[in-house]
Design a protein around this ligand. Structure first.
Ligand code: BGC
Length: 816
């Protein structure tokens, strides 16, 4: 045990000195998918890491151990509210504690550079300042509970195509002013205890070896936590010479014995190893995993009701972008029509490693039915949106081994069962946990299924590789489904599917047995994804639309929920189109023509084209709404709550208008040639009007900006305090987001037309006037040129409610 009188640093050094080189190197690579090695002799227990960021999955991907499913990061960002971000981080930390997790692998703070980015839904915004403020608040919210947050992915990982190999070619100025800013604030303001390095290269050097891990992260910002790799992102001994501390997952990996030998041969200095170990021990001390050290937080603040928070956070992030007065729906509504595949099969979260398994999801249909108990609510699907396997409903399947709802899953080795478990879903992922994926050669699953309708039923499997399916002992499917790509996301987290149709009779049980040959070679050895269930049958798309129109015509109010699906927005690949999948555009156009009282809720994590948007009564952007999605939507529809969101990212009218869109590497490189002109900065430069501008959003009340007071001068390093007074001029209480944008007239350097420097939500009762102070760090007036440079002279500060609704302009002089 380290002696009591020494400083923490000295005591950690003493512990490092007690370890052999082999022990130290062992500690630098994970023990398995999610944990690090314990070392009993120094009182170190394992550290458990888990995704994140919109909830915490826990050690295994298992529906029997569900997690709180928060709304997507885009919904959080749309709240523009640091208090919500802090509570969101705290909600994740409470989940982490419940699940024994020490390190939450989030927030994802890459930027929305292009709307095609596959993980757009998982990141906050196109703007570095909004992203920074929310990132720091999220990190604080997590760490106040004694759990480490891990802002990711460092750095310039804003697209998914060829993500393991592509190099982002980006100027130092754009890195500093845009892509690094949220990481900087997460470290200097929120003191993040961990950072995750990315898969891609930056200017030709892969992230886990990149000098950016040292400068600015350590040398300038004073980071003292661990840099953990993205999963399999450490590829070399060289990365051990860089400031990359931990390689995940383990136990295999490029370090191990090779690193011990590299140290022995003087290729990697032992001091570099010691520094990494010391950082791991400091992290362990902070989270209470190292005996003899007081954890950073001994009494975490009380957690709040997670389910109520999920509902509130989604309301705060819902952006009302159009309203002819139909919303909120007040008074009695005799007949309501709800239309859309996503109304019944809502997306509460995006796909990929961020997936958590909620106990329940309140769909829009559920939420609307609950909110209007006295109105008949009629539902029509209207268009098929979802692709691939849909799991068999739990209420229709029985595990033959125990008679309970679910399936029996067995792992076989040469035909002999070596492991078995009772599960409650037909779409299964093993990514951590006890199942012997590496030892077994076959997965076998059985269940008894009772169909609820008669006729043809398309059954299938969702897994890359060889699978077979028997119905009542007759082989109906024997397929080898090709894997489209070697990416973890595409092949493992969103597998391809194949199936065949059989005839069934409602109420007559069938015994389903499926087998899957566990691939020996896999991008992620020891992990497995396998699903079986229903595939969309042959559907008459015209008839679906006609049925929806008939349903809509007879209703007083129509609520259409359109959206994306798991094949469109997920990890591991980028989008190719901003159109809504399937026939949804035709559906909305037809429904709106049949009923003028059509309200559309958009259930997508990232921008989609809405060509009919001016032909409907109201449009709400609801993102991926979390597990209480339907209740949040109903709260907004009924006016129980005001939609609190503002655009965190610009949405285009059409894809061709988007000024920065490219996500596809050419000869292995993605060139960020637009430099600092990303998002609304690029839109302003191009002069093209988007559908919904950055910062824009309506509420249920109206506002005026009464008064703005800006100091006359500022010097570098000072904070400019801007006093703003606004009045709620409408008839109900509401929220507005005050935004300040800077402009530098006749600048000697390239500048954005204007750029966000401060924002904050304000709330007021009807008729109430409120004042607030927004702080503008003068750093945000500077620019990067081998250091932060300050151009003296006049700057304009524009204040208002979106990037182009800026009624007040003041001048401030930056003095040298
Ligand atoms: C993702 C990370 C994630 C990790 C572990 C990677 O594929 O890029 O965001 O934390 O997997 O699941």
């Amino acid at each position: 045990m380290p002696s009591e009188h020494n400083t923490t640093a000295e005591r950690l050094d003493e512990l490092v000195a007690q370890l052999t080189l082999e022990e130290k190197v062992m500690l630098l690579t994970g023990r398995d998918f999610w944990t690090t090695w314990p070392i009993e002799k120094i009182g170190l227990r394992r550290l458990l890491m888990s995704d994140g960021p919109s909830g915490v999955r826990g050690e295994a991907w298992d529906e029997r151990d569900p997690s709180l499913n928060l709304p997507s990061a885009t919904a959080l960002a749309a709240s523009w509210d640091q208090d919500i971000a802090r509570r969101y981080g705290a909600a994740a930390a409470v989940e982490a504690r419940r699940k024994g997790v020490d390190v939450v692998l989030g927030p994802t703070i890459n930027l929305h550079r292009s709307p095609l980015g596959g993980r757009h839904f998982e990141a906050f915004s196109e703007d570095p300042v909004l992203t920074s403020n929310l990132a720091a608040a999220y990190v604080k919210g997590v760490q106040e509970h004694g759990i480490a947050a891990t802002p990711k992915h460092y750095i310039a990982n804003d697209y998914e195509t060829d993500r393991f190999t592509a190099s982002t070619e980006v100027s130092e100025r754009a890195l500093r002013e845009l892509y690094l800013l949220a990481f900087e604030k997460s470290v200097t303001d929120a003191h993040a205890w961990a950072i995750m390095s990315s898969y891609n290269s930056i200017n030709g050097v892969t992230a886990s070896e990149n000098p950016l891990l040292e400068t600015p992260l350590n040398s300038e910002w004073g980071f003292d936590g661990i840099v953990v790799s993205d999963w399999t992102g450490v590829r070399s001994i060289e990365s051990a010479r860089a400031s990359q501390d931990v390689a995940m997952p383990g136990p295999d990996g490029p370090w191990g014995d090779a690193l011990v030998s590299a140290v022995r041969h003087g290729v990697v200095p032992e001091d570099a190893i010691n520094r990494k170990v010391r950082r791991i021990l400091l992290l362990a001390a902070r989270v209470g995993a190292l005996e003899g050290f007081e954890p950073a937080v001994t009494t975490p603040p009380p957690g709040e009701d997670g389910i109520a928070f999920v509902r509130e956070a989604e309301v705060e992030g819902t952006v009302l972008v159009q309203n002819n007065g139909i919303l909120p729906i007040l008074g009695n509504v005799p007949r309501i029509a709800v239309i859309g595949h996503n109304a019944d099969q809502a997306r509460s979260q995006g796909g990929g490693s961020a997936t958590v398994l909620p106990e329940h999801v309140v769909t829009p249909l559920d939420g609307i039915r609950a909110a209007f108990p006295h109105a008949p609510v009629e539902y029509s699907m209207g268009a098929v949106v979802h692709e691939g396997i849909a799991e068999l409903p739990l209420g229709c399947i029985t595990n033959p081994d125990n008679g309970h709802p679910g399936v029996r899953a067995r792992f076989l080795q040469d035909g002999r069962e070596i492991f078995g478990e009772d599960r409650r879903t037909t779409t299964l992922v093993w990514f951590g946990g006890n199942a012997p994926i590496r030892d077994a050669d076959t997965l076998e699953i059985v269940t008894r299924y009772v169909p609820d309708t008669s006729g043809p039923l398309k059954l299938g499997v969702g897994a890359a590789g060889v699978s077979r399916m028997w119905i009542d002992d007759t082989l109906i499917l024997d397929v080898d489904v090709p894997v489209g790509s070697d990416d973890l996301g595409a092949a493992f987290l969103n597998p391809p599917s194949d199936g065949t149709a059989i005839e069934v009779v409602a109420g007559s049980p069938i015994m389903i047995r499926v087998q899957h040959d566990i691939p020996k070679e896999s991008a992620l050895a020891g992990a497995l994804s396998f699903g079986f269930g229903l595939l969309p049958g042959d559907i008459d798309a015209e008839q679906l639309i006609a049925d929806a129109v008939a349903t809509a015509s007879g209703a007083d109010i129509v609520i259409v929920v359109v959206g994306t699906n798991a094949k469109v927005e997920s990890e591991g690949y980028d989008r190719t189109s901003l159109s809504l999948p399937g026939r949804q555009d035709d559906l909305v156009a037809a429904v709106a023509a049949a009923n003028p009282n059509t309200i559309v809720a958009v259930n997508a994590g990232s921008p989609v084209e809405l060509p009919w948007r001016e032909d409907v009564a109201a449009v709400l952007l609801t993102w991926f709404g979390g597990q209480e999605y339907g209740h949040s939507l109903a709260d907004v529809l009924t006016g129980l709550r005001e939609p609190g969101g503002r655009m965190p990212t610009t949405w285009p009218i059409k894809q061709d208008d988007v000024p920065v869109i490219d996500v596809t590497p050419v000869e292995g490189k993605v060139h960020y040639d637009e430099g600092i002109h990303v998002g609304y900065r690029a839109w302003l430069k191009s002069g093209v009007k988007p559908a919904y501008e950055f910062g824009f959003g309506l509420g249920y009340t109206s506002w005026i900006l009464d008064f703005v007071e800006v100091p006359e001068t500022v010097v570098p390093d000072e904070i400019v305090s801007v006093a703003v007074t606004v009045t709620n001029t409408g008839t109900r209480a509401g929220k507005q987001v005050v935004q300040i944008y800077a402009e530098k007239p006749s600048s000697a350097v390239d500048r954005p037309v204007r750029w966000l420097v401060a924002a904050c939500p304000v709330r007021a009762e009807s008729g109430e006037t409120v004042s607030t102070v927004l702080n503008v760090p003068s750093r945000l007036l500077g620019y990067w040129d081998n250091g932060w440079m300050y151009e003296p002279g006049e700057y304009r500060l524009h204040t208002g409610f979106s990037v182009s609704d800026l009624p007040s302009t003041d001048t401030i002089v930056l003095k040298p």
